[in-house]
Design a protein around this ligand. Structure first.
Ligand code: FE2
Length: 364
């Protein structure tokens, strides 16, 4: 990537392509003190009040800077790197690595005072995007600390289960999570729109021998399905099913794909909660294919080949990507002792925002 000048025009060159940069694009980025607030990086002028046909009077490339004089009398010295940065993907450092049951290194991080302001938090969040989860150890377990933890990364996303929820068996539960039954791998809240992005689960007490936590990489499983069963993959990425949750005062519904792709046909999100999905009425042949595909992906999600299983100890806090990972637990015996977890959700703007902030702070 580079910047070139020709005849008072600025060109951006990349992979054999050469495109002119609109003078107004540069004009609205002028960053002198009188034009830009240095603390907030917000403009001190309204670009919609400028004339759109602004032209460049004078141009100069010196070392790593581009000097531009515009015909409205303004001048600016742009950092070439700043301009190039605008042409690269915002989240290119957030690459995913798919995994299966052979994953051995969990990349645990130890909680410490002010961790949210430290370089280690940046690394933890990078790992979170890489593997879809990260575990913080020795997180304080008193006074609903999970709320403070979540709000130190971003803002809690409140759901129908409240600001945060307590996971322990209770009488008359409104969700199977609040029993001692086994929970097969699932994603949370597929019936919400949008689905909460990140789930935090904090172990407060765990005296039982069962109740192991399970995680499955939905991204890894969907890649496997794409390679080995392309017709199953195709139908699961195309058909929107209804996910529904009925509570006392509300009925939540969302129509969505079990494997959702982005506009470039790349992985975006999985949804899986076979107690809550309703497949639309389609012709018999298509429904037959859909049911085969759903059965196969369920087999893969539940297979020992893809599942990791471990015991959470008090102080462990898992942060997991609810658009990518499935989670569950083995059953436990309430007569053995207490098992108490607290959970809440945050969204990607929190985790992205924190990564960007720490990246800038430590110049990473
Ligand atoms: Fe869950």
């Amino acid at each position: 990537m580079k910047i070139e000048l020709n005849n008072n025009k600025v060109f951006f060159k990349n992979l054999g392509l050469r495109k002119e940069i609109h003078p107004f694009w540069l004009r609205e980025r002028i960053n002198g003190e009188e034009h830009l607030d240095k603390v907030t990086q917000q403009r001190l002028f309204d670009p919609t009040e400028l004339k759109n046909n602004v032209k460049i009077n004078k141009l100069r490339l010196i070392n790593n800077f581009l000097e531009v004089s515009f015909n409205d009398g303004t001048y600016n010295k742009f950092s070439i790197q700043d301009i190039l940065n605008e042409f690269t993907s915002n989240n290119q450092h957030l690459n995913k690595v798919s995994w299966d049951a052979s994953l051995k290194v969990f990349n645990n991080f130890y909680f410490e005072k002010n961790i949210f302001e430290k370089k280690s938090m940046h690394q933890a969040l990078i790992n979170f995007y890489k593997y879809g989860f990260v575990i913080f150890k020795r997180v304080p377990t008193k006074n609903n600390f999970i709320v403070k933890f979540a709000n130190s990364i971003g803002s809690i996303r409140k759901t129908n289960f409240g600001e945060f929820f307590n996971v322990r068996s209770k009488p008359n539960p409104n969700d199977l999570a609040y029993t001692s039954l086994a929970l097969s791998p699932h994603t949370d809240n597929p019936y919400r729109n949008p689905v909460p992005c990140v789930q935090l689960l904090h172990c407060i007490e765990n005296e039982v021998s069962g109740g192991l936590s399970t995680l499955v990489d939905g991204y890894g499983v969907s890649e496997k399905l794409k390679n080995d069963y392309p017709n199953y993959y195709k139908i699961l990425t195309q058909i929107k099913v209804k996910f529904q949750f009925i509570d006392k005062n509300v009925i939540l519904e969302n129509w969505a794909e079990m494997i959702e792709l982005d506009k470039n046909k790349n992985f975006k999100q999985v949804r899986f909660s076979p107690r809550l999905d309703f497949v639309p009425l389609m012709d018999k042949k298509k429904l037959g294919l859909f049911y085969d595909a759903r059965k196969k992906i369920s087999e893969l999600y539940n297979s020992d080949k893809f599942k990791i299983q471990f015991k959470l100890v008090p102080g462990d806090l898992i942060m997991m990507d609810n658009h990518r990972l499935l989670h569950g637990r083995t059953k436990y015996d309430i007569n053995e002792g207490k098992r108490f977890l607290q959970g809440c959700y945050i969204d990607y703007d929190s985790t992205h925002g924190k990564i960007k902030y720490l990246k800038r702070k430590f110049n990473i």
